[in-house]
Design a protein around this ligand. Structure first.
Ligand SMILES: [Zn+2]
Length: 470
């Protein structure tokens, strides 16, 4: 048997692992590289992936995030016709996320074309989108649902089980049992693991007793998250100050996961009377779709969240929640001068309706911006966090007079302590452990923590493109 590491090796995006077990070959995840100019080059390299996609027998998908799923349509375009196994909620989310990813690529291509035409040049040199909206939609037909706990006979001698990873709706860690020349070998793929005791989703399921091979994510493998009570205090402080000053509270947020978490926290703070009654507008088509999908899967929500939804439905006046659908209604929000909480995407303020709300509210000292997610270098969100006094939105200068709050405790990923706790579920050290899905420093520090704290010795940091016999 051998493993091929084709993404998320020494970095956090592009998850893609190829497993060869006898005559069977399968992929775990097929994600897009994201962030920075190098990501674009790497996605283009995925024009041929470095392996023959037609020889893949099946694909296992841990969850819907684009850095795990975003190159699935590319795989299909190149000739992969087999099944892609994922949980039902993941499939629902992909129906929104994959066509959206294609749409963004098509728009970017059109923009570049216009830009070149204006400069009197033709379209030569403009990279084609990795896939079109139609191709993304066609890929959705290859998705096959597998529920948590069910045993999937994916190929002769290969059984797979999906377990709740508590990361985003439908997320899973995978247990694969493969027959290797008469010997049953167990492989565990962590996918992305959620932070335990956080709102909305259940905690990740405990691991199986043993594994011959483990791949574990390490996004925050060298960090500790702030506690939830601290995060709540920060939100209350931002809200109280903004209400006293007579402004609006603007929250840039990722559409999937983070938006639903923030809605939960706000409703819970109102229920506990730490916040006065609220008017909350969710202004992002993607966030609205993701929230609807979340509500359509009550079986995946934790008990506290189901309670809170019931409370909110019984007391709609306490937290008036409006999902803004069309552009006109979105523009009308600009007329609200005070008392509104507006949650909008994109999470790093680079695209989408959030830019209009920032343009409107940033120059007003009575308003506040609550940043609740990771902001990559070079984004508008990062400039705000770094204290810029002037930013540019749609090419025009916008002074920053609103108060910027950064809330540190919300993360969809387990921190180092939570990752180590999950690993303690193994009754003995896995035969070999591979650290993936982390920047080099985080992955390296996490490997040391595993060696020192758990006493495991066979811990490896794979390189991009590396093949390893297991
Ligand atoms: Zn993820």
């Amino acid at each position: 048997m051998r493993l091929g590491f084709f993404g998320a090796a020494g970095e956090v995006t592009g998850s893609c692992t190829l497993v060869e077990a006898g005559d069977t070959r399968f992929l775990v995840d097929c994600g897009m590289f994201q962030g920075g100019p190098e990501a674009r080059a790497k996605n283009l390299r995925a024009l041929n992936f470095g392996f023959d996609v037609r020889k893949i027998d099946f694909v296992l998908l841990t969850h819907a995030h684009i850095d795990h799923s975003g190159l699935l349509p590319r795989l299909a375009v190149l000739g992969y016709r087999g099944p892609i196994y994922a949980t039902p909620a993941t499939i629902d989310l992909l129906a929104v996320l994959l066509p959206d990813s294609a749409h963004i690529q098509e728009k970017e291509g059109e923009w570049q074309l216009r830009h070149r035409h204006r400069r009197g040049k033709d379209e030569r040199g403009i990279p084609a989108p990795l896939y079109t909206v139609a191709q993304a939609q066609a890929t959705l037909r290859q998705l096959k649902p597998v529920t948590y706990g069910a045993t999937l006979q994916a190929a002769p001698g290969i059984r797979v089980r999906f377990h709740d990873a508590g990361h985003i709706l439908g997320s899973a860690w995978l247990e694969v049992t493969a027959n290797d020349e008469g010997r049953a070998r167990r492989l565990v793929f962590s996918g992305d693991l959620g932070m335990p005791e956080r709102p909305v989703l259940n905690n990740s399921e405990k691991v199986v007793a043993t594994a011959d091979v483990l791949l574990i994510e390490s996004t925050y493998g060298d960090r500790r998250h702030r506690s939830l009570p601290e995060t709540e205090d920060e939100i209350v402080a931002a809200f109280v100050r903004t209400r006293a000053a007579g402004g609006n509270l603007i929250i840039p947020s990722f559409a999937v996961g983070r938006t639903q978490e923030i809605i939960y926290l706000l409703a819970d703070l109102v229920r506990r009377q730490r916040l006065a009654p609220l008017k909350v507008y969710v202004d992002s088509p993607m966030a609205n779709a993701a929230t609807q999908i979340t509500l359509a899967h009550p079986e995946l929500l934790d008990a506290e969240t189901r309670d809170l939804i019931a409370w909110q439905q019984a007391h709609p006046e306490k937290m008036k929640l409006t999902f803004v659908a069309d552009v006109e209604a979105s523009k009308a929000l600009n007329g609200i001068r005070s008392g509104a909480v507006i949650i909008s995407a994109s999470g790093m303020c680079e695209a989408g309706r959030i830019k209009y709300h920032l343009r409107e509210n940033l120059p007003r000292s009575e308003c506040s911006i609550l940043i609740a997610g990771f902001q990559a270098a070079g984004t508008l969100g990062r400039r705000l966090v770094d204290g810029a006094r002037l930013v540019h939105i749609f090419g025009a200068p916008v002074p920053v007079r609103a108060r910027i709050y950064t809330v540190g405790g919300l993360s969809a990923h387990a921190d180092q302590a939570a990752l180590l706790d999950w690993l303690r579920g193994f009754q003995q050290a896995p035969g070999r452990t591979f650290i993936v899905h982390g920047e080099a420093t985080a992955a390296g520090n996490f490997a040391s923590a595993i060696r020192e704290r758990l006493g495991w010795s066979a811990v490896h940091l794979p390189q991009l493109g590396e093949w390893i016999d297991i």
